[in-house]
Ligand binder design. Structure first.
Ligand SMILES: [Zn+2]
Length: 77
């Protein structure tokens, strides 16, 4: 008898989401976010537009911008 265990397969549902690696690494506030704001779509790379929520997207973009501006001289203002 050949039997595929559907319960095992469904655990790897491609629709599932996961925490954004980028934000987890660079955002000190990451654990304080709402769960949904931490998540990116499971099948995509950890980029801003993969975030499931507007807030998650904005925070991801702010982290990217902060990393860019941190290389610039602080006396620029
Ligand atoms: Zn992110």
């Amino acid at each position: 008898m050949e039997h595929i265990d559907r319960n095992v397969v469904s655990r790897f549902d491609t629709r599932s989401s996961r925490p954004c690696e980028f934000c987890r690494e660079f955002d000190p506030q990451f654990p304080a976010r709402r769960a949904l704001d931490q998540m990116v779509s499971g099948s995509r790379k950890a980029i801003a537009s993969a975030h499931l929520t507007e807030d998650g997207y904005v925070r991801h973009r702010m982290l990217e911008l902060r990393r860019l501006t941190s290389r610039a001289p602080l006396t620029a203002a």
